[in-house]
Design a protein around this ligand. Structure first.
Ligand SMILES: Nc1ncnc2c1ncn2[C@@H]1O[C@H](COP(=O)(O)OP(=O)(O)O)[C@@H](O)[C@H]1O
Ligand SMILES: [Mg+2]
Length: 371
């Protein structure tokens, strides 16, 4: 396995600039997930790594070697496509073996690889079947098996689970994670599903409109989103975002999140807020708080970063493990992730506790994280 460096990658199709100055470094053994809405350039970037597209500018290095000009066959990279791209007339065994044959791997090594991959993916009983005799999940396993048999320096997966139904997706997701743990492989994995990104990645690259928005660990991307797009895209439910005025009195800051003629909702901030936020005193910010940072105030002991707010319950959505409650706070809607046993009714007013250690604020002009 090997490291991968994408350095200032640009790509235009005719006059359309679809990738803008993408730089990403991937260490040996990392599981990088590229995530972003449909059309943001994920597949184009994958095709550039694989050598199926040429970048309009920039460099691709694999294991330190510049491969920007190398053809796909001269890169030691295996790719699994969304469509699986199995050969319909070949058996499963032959599908897995064929790329090895193309690379002139000796016959005895080939059959050894086919057998060990089949065992790993539990498809030994399918080896003599043709792709049309397989279910979607089985075909996906064969496509992964074919990639694994090659023993490349890097694996690329482009939305490999998006043709599978919900339960199978979850099962395969776990299997792909196990595979990574077992093989310690370097992987670049594309998805438009932010939950898949969170669960699989060692690091996540969030893209929008061909621009890299943030490169970070799942924890960083979730807790310290680089801008309001990332804050809204990652996590379900999405992060609560509300325009707020940052007031200053006696050197302390408070968030005024009232809009219209709603009752005032003023939230004093802890003295420990980052210095950068003080520069926004007297101005507007976009305040962001995750649903799980809001709980029902129950009189239990609370830390110095907890504040109480009164809000009206608008909608209650039980999900089983927890219950999502939409609150009206100062005229804004906030979603809280609460215990399923919580006793609340729509229309009711109640007191909630907000954990401000989880508060993030964004610049309303640039939409970038302030602190
Ligand atoms: N061969 C091509 N010619 C022209 N435009 C393309 C080509 N391939 C992709 N694009 C455009 O580039 C953008 C990014 O596409 P793509 O990389 O497939 O996005 P994603 O995989 O994130 O959905 C889209 O606007 C798409 O229409
Ligand atoms: Mg794509």
């Amino acid at each position: 396995m090997a490291s991968l460096d994408l350095i200032n990658i640009h790509k235009s199709f005719g006059g359309t600039h679809v990738l803008h100055d993408i730089s990403i470094g991937l260490a040996d053994g990392e599981f990088l997930v590229l995530v972003g809405p449909s059309g943001c350039g994920k597949s184009t970037l994958m095709n550039i790594i694989a050598g199926l597209e040429e970048p309009s500018g920039g460099l691709v290095r694999l294991g330190g070697r510049d491969i920007t000009q190398a053809g796909p066959a001269d890169r030691n990279i295996s790719m699994v496509f969304q469509s699986y791209a199995l050969y319909p007339n070949m058996t499963v065994a032959k599908n897995i073996e064929f790329p090895l044959q193309m690379r002139k791997v000796p016959r005895n090594v080939r059959s050894e690889r086919v057998n060990s991959v089949a065992k790993l993916l539990q498809i030994e009983h399918l080896l003599e079947r043709k792709p049309r005799q397989l279910s979607g999940g089985q075909r996906q396993r064969v496509a992964i098996g074919r990639a694994l048999a090659r023993d490349p320096q890097l694996y690329l997966f482009d939305e490999p689970l998006s043709n599978l139904d919900a339960q199978l997706r979850l099962d395969m997701r776990t299997e792909i994670k196990k595979l990574h743990q077992r093989l310690n492989a370097s992987i670049v994995y594309v998805t438009h599903d932010q939950i898949e990104a969170m669960t699989l990645a060692t690091r996540i690259a969030v893209m929008k409109g061909g621009v890299l928005q943030q490169l970070g660990t799942p924890h960083e991307v979730y807790n310290r989103p680089a801008n309001t797009f990332v804050a809204g895209f990652m996590g379900s439910p999405r992060m609560n975002l509300a325009r707020a005025r940052l007031q200053a009195a006696d050197g302390a800051l408070a968030l005024d999140i009232q809009i219209g003629d709603r009752p005032r909702a003023l939230i004093p901030l802890p003295a420990s807020v980052p210095q950068a936020l003080h520069a926004f005193a007297g101005r507007e910010v976009v305040a962001g708080i995750r649903a799980e940072a809001i709980s029902v105030a129950n009189g239990a002991e609370v830390g110095p970063n907890t504040r109480f707010v009164d809000a009206q319950v608008e909608v209650i959505e039980p999900t089983g493990a927890d219950t999502l409650v939409v609150l009206n706070l100062g005229g804004h809607e906030f979603t809280a992730r609460l215990d399923p046993d919580v006793q609340l009714a729509p229309g009711q007013s109640a007191r909630f506790a907000v954990d401000l250690t989880k508060l993030v604020c964004f610049d309303p002009q640039t939409e970038a994280l302030i602190a």
